[in-house]
Write a protein that binds this ligand. Structure first.
Ligand code: CAA
Length: 407
């Protein structure tokens, strides 16, 4: 095995079938729609129905990587689930997924948490597991899955969302090689948190934006420091695209502006405008439609970009930035491999968006109430698995009949 070959072999994405157009929410909350469309850059958010949770979203994303038949459940020797909206304080989401996906008993599984950074923590750990040789030819499955929830009526309500990404990491990847040099930044800050008894997150919104930008600067500086004397070169000249953790698209705008400011001499405004449209904007289409997906966010941007522009990106390098409040952040890279485009075209992101149903604000609020109430509406057959019930405190998951028949 060549350590530098390790990377992403498969990528699956799942977004719920329901969406709330944010112009409807803006009208209901008395907020100017331009503030949301222009000020935040957001147009809709995915809404998880009461029969979906971080487990079903993650399982539905992972089912899509196995569906193509190039990787089998028996190939997996490590399953890591990154989430900050876990369903139990002790029993990890990963063990539910291990069961639902039919993974072998000789498979290490656990859940990992550091706010929105948890998915990337899993990817880095999986890549190191493969590089170390401990994998013995097996592959790692990393699932990033979350439902972003804030209090109804809060300013953060417009930055909710839901979705999951599943990545197979292996020594012979078919989508992208992961760069071995990465840059990290960590600092204890109280920008976003969710005490154990709360379902909705708390956030110091403006401070969280500053923390994100400081973490980006720190992670990029650490990355440059790891480049053995080559760290001074322009990142804008090297990378074909920059994918940022995207709680709302305007955050990526602020982040890229910060990166350009630090990238070297020249007219920042002019370099930023040119770079924004070619390097960042093409990766944001899904985030505009699903909102914040916490751990999955940067991987949904990756899926969207590869599905649409994989052909022009083959043999080129991407820069990715993952930020987890609290905080820990990582700047890392991926080289798109020849043949990626044909596989990425089957990820099916656009197809999932095309079949979504737009909710009214009343329906969205009814979903929010139902998710915490004892009356759970019947699942409607979307996705593959759903939460079938909670017996006492024990969660029970089931496969939809149509998915059973197709299996
Ligand atoms: N027309 C056009 N633009 C308008 C406008 C109008 N009528 N009214 C306001 N705006 C603009 C503002 O100028 C502002 O733009 P700039 O930031 O470029 O100046 C933008 O709209 C937002 O306005 P406010 O700052 O007044 O908005 P807000 O008080 O509603 O807060 C928020 C915005 C802080 C992002 C809030 O939605 C929030 O707290 N979200 C959750 C926290 C979050 O996502 N933080 C991101 C960093 S932390 C992270 O990334 C981890 C994570 O996933 C949570």
């Amino acid at each position: 095995m060549n350590r530098s070959d390790v990377g992403i072999d498969q990528l699956g994405v799942y977004v719920p079938r329901y969406a709330l157009p944010l112009d409807r929410l803006a009208e209901a909350r008395g907020v100017p729609v331009e503030k949301i469309h222009v000020g935040l850059g957001a147009h809709a958010m995915a809404v998880a129905p009461p029969w979906e949770d971080a487990v079903t979203l993650g399982a539905n994303a992972a089912a899509r990587v196995f569906r193509r038949g190039e990787v089998r459940p028996d190939d997996i020797g490590l399953l890591v689930v990154g989430t900050e909206t876990a369903v139990d304080h002790a029993k990890p989401a990963s063990i539910f997924l291990h069961d639902l996906l039919g993974l072998p008993s000789g498979c290490r599984t656990f859940e990992i948490k550091h706010a929105c950074y948890g998915g990337t923590a899993g990817v880095m750990l999986a890549a190191d597991w493969v590089r170390s040789g401990a994998a013995r030819g097996r592959k790692a499955l990393v699932v990033a899955t979350d439902i972003a929830r804030y209090d109804l009526g809060s300013s953060a309500e417009f930055t909710q969302g839901a979705g999951a990404a599943a990545l197979v990491v292996s020594e012979a990847p078919r989508l992208a090689r992961l760069g071995e040099t990465t840059g990290v930044f960590a600092k204890n800050v109280y920008d976003f948190w969710r005490p154990l008894e709360r379902r909705e997150a708390l956030v110091d919104g403006k401070f969280s934006v500053d923390c994100y930008l400081d973490a980006l600067r720190g992670a990029v500086a650490d990355y440059r420091g790891g480049l053995n004397g080559q760290g001074g070169a322009s990142l804008l000249d090297r990378f074909a695209a920059f994918l940022y953790h995207t709680p709302f698209p305007k955050m990526a705008h602020k982040a890229h502006r910060r990166l350009v400011e630090d990238d070297g001499p020249g007219d920042v405004a002019e370099r930023f405008e040119r770079s924004w449209t070619t390097h960042v904007e093409p990766g944001l289409g899904l985030a505009r439609q699903v909102g914040n997906t916490y751990t999955a966010s940067v991987y949904l941007c990756l899926a969207w970009l590869l599905e649409r522009e994989g052909a022009t990106l083959e043999d080129r390098e991407l820069a990715l930035f993952s930020y987890g409040s609290g905080c820990c952040a990582e700047f890392f890279t991926a080289e798109v491999l020849p043949g990626c485009a044909a596989r990425a075209a089957q990820i099916g992101v656009q197809a999932q968006l095309d079949t979504r149903r737009a909710l009214t604000v009343d329906e969205y609020e009814a979903f929010a109430r139902a998710a915490t109430g004892t009356e759970r509406p019947a699942a409607d057959g979307s996705g593959n698995w759903h939460l079938a019930g909670i017996d006492g405190d024990k969660r029970r998951y089931a496969r939809h009949a149509a998915a059973e028949r197709a299996a």
